[in-house]
Design a binder for this molecule. Structure first.
Ligand SMILES: C[S@@+](CC[C@H](N)C(=O)[O-])C[C@H]1O[C@@H](n2cnc3c(N)ncnc32)[C@H](O)[C@@H]1O
Length: 870
């Protein structure tokens, strides 16, 4: 048994070997075997189409598990090696050609099973791959809808991506049973799962939008929400002619229901959302139409349910509640349930039970709300770690959907209470607070109560009972759910865009534009503006400017301050600043900031930023004050160009500064190639003076201009023409001011040197490497020996193990130095040939004379040393 070879993802796993053993062309064959074991769709199938079938593992399984003489067709982009009794051809399943060819092969038959295991080439862009895979899935579903028999099965591979839920929704519209599963042979590291759709409904007509990738993946959730219960969403009014949403098997565009269906429905909001008109056709409904409570308004609302506003909706719900009471429907429905639970107890118990149910429902809603808040909180934390962008958490919601605008929320005096609401603990907000387009007023013990509720309380006729309230709560929660779905969808869309934008920014990032800086500095400018958030990468490129040193310094400082504020402020302001924080992270990711000490944001005050004591420490966002200070130092020392920004390279020494570009003191900067020593001499913080300067700059004790000024004196512009060289040299040594040196700078420099000293010297490093090499050679030897032991068939497994264990112990055991016994060649040991008697182990014969001579020599040396000192 040698070493188990493992390439990417541990490819050579159990199923790989099993597939080889059993003659399957691909290990994926086991996925189908396992799926079939669970759902058993192959044994009863007579016709099967495998889309994306190469190399043919699934076809082999189909051929093995389906009855003989079944029709099996496999198609793939690449040709499939022939399999007995299987028709294969090479086509792209996304083309019409493939469809026609399938039609040709299928003749008048219909398929019992359609399989799809397609996967596009998986590259580095995960979100794109997942998308094209889902497109493949949708196309295979399209083919399945064309070729599948009623009751047929469609099995497809799906990658867990943002489109997953949309796909599942579509499957559910076309199949009675849809289950997602991951067979054991599918690697855990893979995002793939398999969806088994059984019992194909085979509707006569399918809305083409179901199978249109653009529609399904872009707008599905939104539209779905609009058509189910979102009947008071303003968008519905605008788009009321675009009716969507179908029930199983019902694919008509216009849906008319009987009023009683609504009255009896346990999901009235859903019923209303799913229909266009309510008619009074049944006998009971005709009776209802004659009742006084069935007002003109109600009749009008029933005519076009898509036109319902929120008030209409509530009116209908109240009307329904009255009817249910009149027909005792509530009791009829609740009684058996309660009897079941209460075991046939008396009326008061039933009341109690109802109350308990109601409180439980409210509790559930609160719990859900808390969960949503926790989710939002998590998003926020992620965002602060730059894992997502503000658009991802939908912080812009206040300005967005009018349905959720909080700026309309006012107290009884007409003051806006947005602030209080923002500060409030959302988990404790009453679930029936109306955040929609109605005014909210303070009322009694309830801090915020809809005006509508107050009116309702005043008007006895309109009063809603507790059941109805519960239903309204339900509707409110549905609204919340729909909104969160919408936000999720939006977030997902943004995420894809954001990845691209981030990538583009990472690939080529040079700085920020003046425009943007100006905008940020402008009072009242809104950093959380989503429009600016969605600037294209091209714009970012355009914005890049590297010609203003001061500006860059200010930028860094302002970003640090912003980041610090982000820490202190609440979540909303944090979201507004996070875009900037993200940018700051990008900015500090530049190579110029490598190797410079981190900044403790808490230690920075607006007036003075303290430099982190640890010069080499790295902060999470890579902000490095020392480095920016070093940059300033360079700028200051160069002193010949205002807008010179220096880029530092990642050198051996972390604080070394390198000039990739920029003007040099003399000549063409591009031609100046500095070697390490020169660079160190010129740019390293190798002197206490340089270190002091840099620290002063970083701590804003001085400015670049002041530094530059200090280096000019009355001798600077002396005309040195015609002066003797020795004089000029001498002058240059003495006409410069002595630069100040701070204690802290000296200490830092000393520490830096200490760190340098602590590095192992070359010889020690070489000796260590030799030792390592010897050890690895020993291990190699043992390995070889172990292999031969393993191959030895005469030994038992236990013997082999013991042997190898011994060998490893021997190889890794450090050998103690053997003791050498010194034997003086005197008395019996004189002129002895070979080992002297009674001596074991290593020995060394020494001449007694030699020993005496050696001792005498040592004594002489000692004496002469003493004499010398005197
Ligand atoms: C994972 S393999 C399928 C393995 C197969 N189920 C088996 O057991 O041997 C995915 C296949 O999808 C195919 N494919 C990808 N895009 C395709 C397309 N547009 N049309 C046809 N085949 C496609 C690839 O050529 C590849 O052979």
């Amino acid at each position: 048994m040698g070493y188990q070879k493992k390439t990417g993802k541990g490819r050579l796993d159990k199923y790989y070997h099993l597939a080889k053993e059993q003659g399957y062309r691909a290990r994926s064959a086991f996925k189908l075997i396992q799926l079939n074991k669970k759902y058993n769709f192959l044994s009863s199938a007579r016709t099967l189409i495998d889309l994306c079938a190469a190399p043919g593992g699934w076809l082999q399984v189909a051929q093995k598990y389906m009855p003989v003489k079944s029709l099996i067709i496999g198609v793939d982009l690449v040709p499939i090696k022939p399999i007995p009794n299987v028709i294969t051809f090479a086509e792209d399943i996304l083309t019409d050609k493939c469809r026609n060819r399938l039609r040709q092969e299928m003749k008048t038959w219909k398929a019992d099973v359609v399989l799809h295991d397609g996967a596009p080439n998986v590259g580095s862009n995960w979100s794109h791959d997942a998308y094209s895979q889902t497109e493949l899935v949708l196309m295979s579903l399209k083919l399945a809808t064309e070729f599948l028999n009623k009751g047929g099965t469609f099995v497809t591979k799906v990658f867990r991506s943002k489109d997953y839920n949309s796909l599942i929704w579509v499957f559910n519209q076309l199949f009675r049973r849809v289950e997602a599963t991951k067979p054991p042979s599918s690697r855990n590291v893979s995002a793939e799962i398999f969806v088994v759709c059984q019992d194909y409904i085979a509707p006569k007509k399918i809305d083409p939008r179901f199978l249109d990738a653009k529609y399904v993946f872009e707008d599905l959730l939104l539209n779905k929400a609009q058509t189910s219960t979102d009947i008071f969403a303003p968008e519905t009014k605008k788009n009321r002619r675009q009716r969507e949403g179908y029930e199983d098997g019902d694919y008509t565009l216009y849906k008319k229901i009987d009023v009683m269906e609504f009255v009896k429905s346990r999901d009235p909001a859903g019923t209303l959302g799913g229909a266009n008109e309510m008619a009074f056709t049944s006998e009971e409904a005709i009776e209802i139409a004659k009742l006084p409570e069935t007002t003109e308004d109600i009749l009008l609302s029933c005519k076009d349910l898509r036109l319902l506003g929120k008030k209409d909706f509530r009116r209908l719900m109240k009307w329904r509640a009255g009817l249910r009471e009149r027909y005792n429907l509530e009791k009829a429905e609740e009684q058996p349930k309660i009897d079941e639970n209460a075991g046939g107890e008396d009326g008061s118990d039933i009341e109690g039970e109802l109350d308990a149910l109601a409180t439980e429902e409210v509790k559930k809603l609160k719990k859900e709300r808390k969960r949503q808040n926790a989710k939002r909180q998590r998003q926020l934390i992620k965002m602060q770690l730059n894992m997502v962008t503000p658009t991802d958490i939908g912080m812009e919601q206040d300005g967005g959907d009018p349905l959720f605008r909080t700026d309309k929320i006012v107290d009884s005096n007409g003051n806006k209470v947005l602030k209080e609401i923002n500060n409030a603990d959302m988990a404790t907000v009453e679930p029936d607070v109306d955040f929609a387009d109605e005014e909210l007023v303070e009322l009694g013990s309830r801090p915020i109560e809809p005006k509508r509720a107050r009116d309702a309380a005043a008007d006895n006729d309109d009063a809603v009972d507790s059941d109805e309230e519960r239903r309204l709560i339900e509707i409110e929660s549905q609204m919340d759910e729909m909104y969160s779905e919408y936000m999720d969808h939006k977030r997902e869309r943004d995420a894809q865009f954001d990845i691209k934008r981030k990538r583009a920014a990472e690939e080529e990032f040079r700085g920020f534009s003046d425009d943007e800086k100006a905008q940020r500095n402008r009072p009242g400018s809104d950093d959380s503006d989503t429009d600016s958030e969605t600037e294209s990468a091209a714009e970012t490129d355009q914005e890049m400017s590297d010609d203003d040193d001061d500006g860059d310094d200010d930028e860094i400082r302002s970003m640090m301050r912003k980041a610090k504020k982000t820490k202190k402020q609440g979540p909303l302001s944090a979201a507004q600043d996070v875009k900037l924080a993200g940018r700051a992270a990008l900015w500090f990711d530049q190579p110029v900031f490598k190797g410079v000490g981190s900044v403790n944001l808490d230690d920075i005050t607006d007036d003075e930023e303290e430099v982190d004591g640890n010069e080499n420490g790295k902060s999470a966002d890579g902000a490095r004050v020392d480095q920016s200070a070093g940059k300033r130092k360079r700028s200051a020392l160069d002193a010949d160009d205002e807008g010179d920004v220096e880029m530092a390279s990642d050198d051996d020494d972390e604080s070394d500064f390198d000039a990739d570009s920029g003007d040099e003191d003399e000549g063409d900067p591009n031609n100046v190639e500095l070697n390490d020593e020169e660079r160190q001499a010129d740019y390293d913080l190798a002197t206490p003076e340089a270190m002091t300067m840099v620290r002063d700059l970083a701590n804003r004790k001085t400015t670049k201009e002041e530094l530059i000024d200090k280096h000019f004196n009355r001798y600077t512009f002396n005309d040195i023409k015609d002066l003797p060289e020795w004089f000029v040299d001498d002058e240059q040594q003495h006409n410069k001011p002595t630069l100040p040196v701070s204690k802290e700078a000296v200490r830092m420099l000393r520490e830096k040197l200490k760190a340098l000293d602590a590095r192992p010297i070359k010889k020690v490093a070489e000796a260590k490497a030799r030792k390592k090499m010897r050890a690895s050679k020993r291990i190699e030897k043992v390995q070889k020996k172990a292999e031969s032991v393993i191959a030895n068939e005469d030994m038992t497994e236990a013997e082999k193990a013991r042997n190898i264990d011994r060998m490893i112990k021997r190889a890794t055991k450090a050998k103690p130095k053997e003791k050498v016994t010194v034997v003086v060649a005197r008395h019996g040991n004189r002129a002895v040939q070979g080992r002297p008697k009674g001596v074991k182990g290593k020995y060394k014969m020494v001449d007694p004379r030699m020993k005496k001579d050696l001792r005498a020599q040592k004594a002489r040396d000692k004496r002469s040393k003493k004499g010398g000192r005197r």
